[in-house]
Design a protein around this ligand. Structure first.
Ligand SMILES: [Zn+2]
Length: 146
């Protein structure tokens, strides 16, 4: 990959940007765009979404991307935590890394639950949570699918 990028850089030539005149790398294998003024950054625009679900995914991806960008600008140290999470390590140095805790759980034998409830208790908990479930479901539909 690195050799391909290096080879691509060697073949790249500069041309003046048609919009601002800045020297712009040109390679016939790629779409030319200008870093100085963003000319031709997205020449074709986004492909139309193939359905409502894809529209929702795009909105969420955009929203999460914007949130992540704002969080990282506000707290650059947060990036360290995200990298640690991606690697499976805990930010908290007083505990074993997450991947080791996961491994321990996976290696252990199944055990009986410490708390067991009877079907009547389960039904009463479900009835108690039903209004909250409805509220959450409405919020999910309103915020994510609306
Ligand atoms: Zn330009």
């Amino acid at each position: 990959m690195r050799d391909q990028l290096t080879a691509a850089a060697r073949q790249s030539k500069a041309r003046p940007c048609p919009q601002c005149g800045a020297d712009t790398p040109y390679d016939e294998r790629f779409v030319m765009w200008c870093a100085a003024c963003d000319w031709n950054v997205d020449p074709g625009g986004a492909e139309p979404a193939r359905g409502r679900f894809e529209e929702m995914q795009r909105r969420l991806a955009h929203r999460y991307g914007e949130q992540l960008h704002a969080e990282l600008l506000a707290d650059p140290d947060a990036a360290k935590g995200r990298v640690a999470a991606l690697r499976g390590h805990s930010v908290d140095a007083t505990h074993p890394p997450t991947h080791l805790r996961r491994h321990l759980i996976e290696a252990g034998e199944p055990a009986a639950a410490a708390v067991v409830i009877d079907p009547g208790a389960a039904a009463s908990i479900a009835a108690e949570l039903a209004p909250a479930r409805e509220t959450v479901a409405r919020a999910v539909i309103r915020d994510l699918a609306g």
